[in-house]
Ligand binder design. Structure first.
Ligand SMILES: Nc1ncnc2c1ncn2[C@@H]1O[C@H](COP(=O)(O)OP(=O)(O)OP(=O)(O)O)[C@@H](O)[C@H]1O
Length: 280
């Protein structure tokens, strides 16, 4: 679906990505791990054409064979938020506080999908249901501050999905959330990936997060992918010393690496139960 080859990014003459290779498949979650500053976010931003001003990027980012790096700005605008969408760490900053959830969902769809008002509303309510917001019709008219952090992240995910993207880049989507709601968001992402056939790039510094949902795992260090492979292989028998050191540095390594199925047999969180409309 998306093939990144030899991606190099320099900002102010300094190399921040030194030749990244990464491949995302349809219906798979690809976890991208690595310490702070290793280049995870830059890789995601490069795919979206959102690198900081003055950054120079070379290599290829091929979306179904079409190189995004070579696209004119106008074409890239269509791809961004259309074929490729992003979920950021903090829903409080990615959602507009003054606009209703419905407006944020439908404006996006009306612009990208050219839907009429009624059609867009219908699709928005359907999407809110899909991300398991209780009472989607009522939620449509509410403002972001009327929801909990976890629910706001679900709404941000609905907005990202509004234009039926093929690729979803989720950059630390659970880091800003209370630990009790993190698992629910990860399960939601996993389910959406399976149901919609999305190719998901899950950026996280947390190998525990990765181990619960990713199919493939890549590990970055100093602007390079130093190891990549199926989750179980990379996490159980890491080939690169840096991956081993990341695993060793986990406070309690065994827990997240228990052979839990990717669709999550873990206890359902309170937030999840609320999302189902049942009592917590
Ligand atoms: N706006 C910017 N201008 C210049 N350099 C930047 C900018 N943003 C990030 N960098 C540099 O690019 C490199 C990669 O940063 P990046 O944010 O991709 O790392 P990361 O792995 O996502 O880290 P974190 O987990 O802390 O977000 C770092 O050395 C960082 O200092």
């Amino acid at each position: 679906m998306l093939d990144i080859t030899d991606l190099r990014v320099a900002i102010g003459g300094r190399d921040v990505l030194g030749g990244v290779d990464l491949s995302l498949q349809q219906g798979q979650v690809h976890g991208l791990a690595g310490e702070s500053g290793s280049g995870k976010t830059m890789t995601g931003l490069a795919v979206l054409g959102l690198l900081p001003h003055g950054a120079r990027a070379t290599g290829t980012i091929a979306l179904e064979g079409r190189d995004l790096l070579g696209l004119p700005q106008k074409e890239l605008n269509k791809v961004r938020g259309g074929e490729v969408a992003m979920v950021f760490q903090d829903p409080a900053t990615s959602l507009h506080p003054m606009l209703t959830v419905g407006r944020q969902l439908t404006e996006h769809m009306r612009h990208h999908l050219k839907l009429g008002r009624a059609q867009a509303r219908e699709k928005a309510v359907e999407l809110l249901g899909k991300v398991r917001i209780p009472g989607p019709s009522e939620a449509f008219g509410r403002y972001p501050h009327q929801f909990s952090g976890g629910m706001r992240q679900r709404i941000a995910i609905a907005i990202a999905l509004a234009c039926e993207p093929k690729v979803l880049i989720a950059d630390e989507p659970t880091t800003a959330l209370d630990v009790t709601v993190q698992a629910g968001i990860l399960r939601l992402l996993r389910g959406l990936c399976d149901d919609l056939g999305l190719a998901v790039l899950l950026v996280t510094h947390d190998l525990g997060v990765m181990s619960s949902v990713a199919d493939q795992v890549s590990v970055m260090k100093d602007g390079l992918v130093v190891e990549t492979g199926p989750r179980a292989e990379v996490l159980r028998s890491p080939a690169h010393p840096y991956t081993r050191s990341l695993l060793d540095s986990l406070p309690d390594a065994p827990a997240p690496f228990a052979a839990e199925p990717a669709d999550g047999a873990a206890e359902r969180s309170q937030e999840d139960r609320r999302a189902d409309g049942k009592s917590a």
